[in-house]
Design a protein around this ligand. Structure first.
Ligand code: GAR
Length: 220
């Protein structure tokens, strides 16, 4: 970050454990990520991950889907809440809800997600078991801009993890998650530094069209 550049303000959405949120907060504390988390919002008031934010005196809010008649109303309320903080980037970190098209359009180019597979492979849930069932030798995680189609927005960075012969879904999930904790702060860093952006449908790296996702090596 240059001397005059403001840190990127992040609003993080979580549903549960929040280990990716913790990895982001840790990277910021270590000075490795020029960003600040302005608030964390969960669709579950009991999400354990909210505690990481509270420990750092970051605003936490819970918005329970049961209080809204439908997805449209929920997303409208969520959008109102998010926009109060005027974030530069909205970060989905294990936020397990399908978002409406209007919501996604509103944040186009500044809404990202981490998904535990090498997209476009294995969209949706249970990715680790499905990777094992398919017999693939490589699995991993992807960070992408969110668009209207589930897990289908432009992927700008991926990290590959080998599938080992004695892996079960739990072991594989743990190894991928450990790597997600390196991948997500690095991905956000590129956005914070203005190196990666989305222009219409086109991903840009250093202002030039990006032909394929950046790759980060697994550190094991
Ligand atoms: C992570 O593995 C993330 O990739 C995944 O949920 C987990 C959240 O863990 N997200 C998705 O599957 C989104 N489709 P965390 O709460 O410990 O960060």
């Amino acid at each position: 970050m240059s001397e005059h550049q403001q840190p990127l303000s992040l609003l993080v959405l979580i549903s549960g454990r929040g280990s990716n949120l913790k990895a982001i907060l840790d990277a910021i504390s270590r000075g490795e990520l020029p960003a600040v988390v302005t608030a964390v919002i969960s669709d579950r008031s009991q999400a354990p991950g909210l505690e990481y934010a509270r420990q750092e005196n970051i605003d936490t809010l819970a918005l329970d889907a049961a209080d809204y008649p439908d997805r449209k109303d929920y997303d409208r309320a969520l959008q109102g809440l998010i926009d109060r903080f005027e974030p530069g980037l909205v970060v989905l970190a294990g936020f397990m809800r399908i978002l409406t098209a209007a919501f996604v359009r509103h944040y186009r180019g500044r809404l990202i997600n981490i998904h535990p597979s090498l997209l476009p492979e294995l969209r949706g849930i249970d990715t680790h078991q499905r990777a094992i069932d398919k017999g693939v030798r490589e699995h991993g995680a992807s960070v992408h801009f969110v668009t209207e189609d589930l897990d289908s927005g432009p992927v700008f960075v991926q990290l590959r993890v080998p599938v080992l012969p004695d892996d079960d879904a739990e072991r594989l999930a743990a190894r991928v998650l450990k790597q997600e904790h390196r991948l997500y702060p690095q991905a956000i860093r590129w956005l914070a530094e203005g190196r990666v952006s989305l222009n219409g449908e086109q991903l840009l790296l250093d202002q030039l069209p990006m032909q394929q996702p950046l790759q980060i090596d697994a550190d094991e």
